[in-house]
Ligand binder design. Structure first.
Ligand code: GTP
Ligand code: MG
Length: 572
C-alpha cells in the first residue's frame, strides 16, 4: 500500500555531528526498471563534451543542466529499496524523466521529474519529521527521506540494488588496468575513461548547486548558483571538489532603463565600502544560513579574507567538498575557456587527464593548496604545449577573440574576456600526432623549458619574457597582470622539471615503452604510462636525493622498475 510510504524532509540536525571523513563519494547506481514512469538512460554514461553536447556552447549546457536540476529531488532511501515500487510511488506527482541511485553514507536517489509543477505536489504530501528530544528547523528543501511505516515490503525480496561504483579507483588498480592495454595511446584513453566524471555525477553537482540556491534565495530570490572549475570544464575527475559561484547578475531591475522624464521608482539599497566588502557580507550571511539550516551541510568555514572570499563546507549526502564564492566571474570565464579547448580535439582532455594523474601520483600537485603547482596551472601548461606544436593542435586565445561575435563580448572588471563560444566557427589545423608522441613531447618540452627567463602565455601561444622573479610564471589568460602560479616555489618547480626529464627518458626506453606480458597470472608488469605512475623512490627519500637525481636520470625508481621487469621475464 503506497499510502504507508512517506517522504520526510531530512532531519537537519540528525547527522550534523557526524564527522565528514570521506571526500571521494562512493557512488552506486541501478538502471533498467520496467516502470512506465521512468525513462532511464544507458548505464554508466560518461560525461563527454564531444558526445551529444559537442557543439553546444558552455552557457547552453549550463542553462539546460540548471533547469534539469530545478526539476529534481534528492532522496535518502532504505538500502533495499525496490526501485519499481519507489518510482511508482513518486510518479503520482508526475512523470519522471530520469532516476539513478548512488551510495554516500547510505543509499540516495536522484529523481528528475518531467515538469517542475510535480515538485509542488510532492512538497504538499511531504511531512516535517517530529523527533523526540530534538527540535527541527522546518526548512523545506528538496533533500528528502523515504520512510516506510509498513506494511509495504520495499525490498520485495530483493537484496540491495545491483549497483556500479562511480568513484575513482585506487592508483594501484589503475596501474594494473593500464598495464593490460596494448599501446600507450590505449592507456591514455583508458585512464581518461576511468577518471572522468559520469553524466550522473555532473547532474548531482548541478542538483547540489540548486539545493544551495534554495537557501540563498531566502535573501536573493532571483539568484543562481552555478558550478565552475573542474565540475564543468571537462577536466573533472570523480571525487573532485565542487566550486560554486553565487550569481546575482541575473537579478531583474539591474539593467532597467529609467525614463528620461517623469516619475520612476528604484529600490533603496544598503551601500558597502567596496565590491569586496559587499561580497564578504553576502557570503557571511549565506554561510551562516548554510551552517544553521542547510540539510546535510557540515563543517562550514567562512574564509572571507582570502583573495577570493569563499564559504567551504562538506555536503554529506553527495559526498562533495564544496567551495561557494560570489562575484567570481573571471573564474567562470576560465572554466568556459577550458571547456572550449577541451571540446576542440579529444587529445586535449586525454593529455590533461594523464598529466594531472601523473602529477598527482608523484605529489607534484595536491588536494590542499601550498607552494606546489595547481591543477589549473598544469592544465594551462598542457594547453600551451598543444599551441606550441609545429602544427598547432589548439588556437591561441587571441585567435579565439578574433572569431568572437557581438554576443561573445565580455569585459569583467576592466579585463577583456571576449572569445568565441561557437565551436563551429573554429577551424583546426591538420595535426595527426598520436597521444603517445604528445605525452613524450610534453615531458621533453617542459624538461627543457627556460623557466628561469620565460613566461607561459596561452593568449599569444608563445613564451614571453618573464615580467617578475617567480620561479614559474603563467600569465593569467584574462588578468594579464597576474601570474596564476605565483604560489609555486623553486623546489616544487625543480621537482616538476626533474620528473619531466625522467619520464621523457623512460618513454624512450624499450624496457618501458612496449607491453610486458606476465606469466599467465593476469598481472602484467607496469609499462608505458602505468610505469610513469609508479611511486618514485626518490620522492620517499625526500629533498636530499634531488641533486643526485639530476646528475643521474636513471633514478632508483627506474632501477627498481627495470629490476621488476627482469624478474618477471625470468619467471615467464
Ligand atoms: P580541481 O583540482 O580538480 O578542483 O581543479 P579546478 O580546475 O576545479 O581547480 P580549483 O578548484 O583550484 O579552482 C577552480 C577554478 O578556479 C579553476 O578551474 C579556475 O577557473 C579558477 N582558478 C583556480 N586557480 C586560479 C588562479 O590561480 N587564477 C585564476 N585566474 N583562476 C584560478
Ligand atoms: Mg575545483
Amino acid at each position: 500500500m503506497a499510502s504507508s510510504i512517506a517522504v520526510c524532509r531530512l532531519n537537519m540536525r540528525g547527522r550534523l555531528s557526524k564527522c565528514f571523513k570521506k571526500v571521494d563519494s562512493c557512488f552506486q547506481r541501478k538502471f533498467g526498471t520496467n516502470t512506465t514512469a521512468t525513462k532511464t538512460d544507458a548505464p554508466n554514461k560518461k560525461y563527454k563534451i564531444d558526445s551529444k553536447d559537442r557543439n553546444k556552447s558552455f552557457y547552453t549546457v549550463q542553462e539546460e543542466k540548471i533547469e534539469q536540476a530545478e526539476r529534481s529531488v534528492l532522496i535518502s532511501c532504505p538500502a533495499k529499496t525496490n526501485e519499481k515500487k519507489f518510482l511508482n510511488y513518486l510518479s503520482r506527482h508526475g512523470d519522471i524523466n530520469k532516476c539513478f541511485f548512488y551510495e554516500s553514507y547510505g543509499t540516495y536517489a536522484v529523481v528528475e521529474f518531467s515538469n517542475k509543477e510535480s515538485l509542488t505536489s510532492l512538497h504538499e504530501g511531504t511531512a516535517i519529521p517530529s523527533i523526540n528530544h530534538e527540535a527541527t528547523v522546518p526548512f523545506k528543501s528538496r533533500l528528502l527521506s523515504l520512510r516506510n511505516a509498513g506494511p509495504v515490503d520495499m525490498s520485495n525480496g530483493q537484496s540491495a540494488p545491483q549497483c556500479q561504483p562511480q568513484t575513482t579507483i585506487h592508483i594501484n588498480d589503475l596501474i594494473q588496468r593500464l598495464s593490460k592495454e596494448d599501446s600507450i595511446d590505449q592507456q591514455i584513453s583508458s585512464l581518461t575513461e576511468t577518471y572522468q566524471l559520469t553524466e550522473e555525477n555532473v547532474c548531482l553537482r548541478f542538483l547540489v548547486c540548486s539545493l544551495l540556491k534554495d537557501i540563498a534565495a531566502a535573501y536573493f530570490p532571483e539568484c543562481t548558483i552555478r558550478p565552475f572549475g573542474s565540475s564543468v570544464n571537462g577536466f573533472g575527475k570523480l571525487g573532485c571538489d565542487l566550486d560554486m559561484f553565487l550569481d546575482l547578475d541575473g537579478i531583474s531591475g539591474r539593467n532597467l532603463k529609467r525614463p528620461k522624464a517623469g516619475l520612476s521608482l528604484e529600490y533603496q539599497t544598503k551601500r558597502s565600502a567596496s565590491e569586496r566588502a559587499g561580497t564578504q557580507s553576502i557570503l557571511s550571511v549565506i554561510g551562516e544560513c548554510v551552517d544553521q539550516f542547510g540539510p546535510g551541510c557540515v563543517g562550514v568555514q567562512k574564509i572571507l579574507q582570502a583573495r577570493c572570499p569563499l564559504v567551504r563546507f562538506a555536503h554529506q549526502p553527495s559526498g562533495f567538498q564544496c567551495d561557494l564564492t560570489a562575484n567570481n566571474r573571471v573564474a567562470m570565464k576560465s572554466s568556459e575557456l577550458l571547456y572550449l579547448y577541451g571540446g576542440l580535439d579529444r587529445r586535449v582532455r586525454c593529455l590533461v587527464f594523464s598529466v594531472r594523474c601523473w602529477a598527482r601520483a608523484h605529489s607534484i600537485t595536491s588536494s590542499i593548496s601550498g607552494a606546489w603547482i595547481s591543477n589549473f596551472s598544469l592544465t594551462v601548461m598542457v594547453l600551451f604545449f598543444l599551441q606550441r606544436r609545429t602544427i598547432p593542435i589548439l588556437p591561441t586565445l587571441d585567435h579565439l577573440k578574433e572569431l568572437a561575435g557581438p554576443l561573445d563580448k565580455s569585459v569583467i572588471e576592466g579585463n577583456d574576456c571576449t572569445f568565441v563560444s561557437d565551436f563551429t566557427k573554429i577551424r583546426l589545423q591538420d595535426n595527426t600526432e598520436t597521444l603517445e608522441q604528445l605525452l613524450q613531447e610534453f615531458f621533453e618540452f617542459y624538461g627543457t623549458f627556460a623557466f628561469n627567463c620565460m613566461s607561459i602565455n596561452i593568449r599569444k601561444g608563445r613564451e614571453q619574457n618573464k615580467p617578475e622573479v617567480s620561479p614559474l610564471h603563467i600569465q593569467n589568460p584574462f588578468e594579464p597582470a597576474l601570474n596564476v602560479s605565483k604560489n609555486v616555489n623553486g623546489t616544487q618547480l625543480e621537482r616538476f622539471v626533474a620528473l619531466c626529464r625522467e619520464s621523457a627518458w623512460m618513454l624512450q626506453q624499450r624496457e618501458f615503452n612496449v607491453p610486458h606480458r606476465g606469466s599467465g597470472t593476469g598481472n602484467n608488469a607496469p609499462w608505458g604510462l602505468a610505469a610513469l605512475l609508479m611511486p618514485s623512490v626518490s620522492q620517499v627519500a625526500g629533498v636530499k636525493s634531488r641533486k643526485k637525481r639530476k646528475r643521474e636520470p636513471a633514478s632508483e625508481r627506474i632501477k627498481g622498475l627495470l629490476e621488476s621487469l627482469k624478474n618477471r621475464e625470468v619467471k615467464s
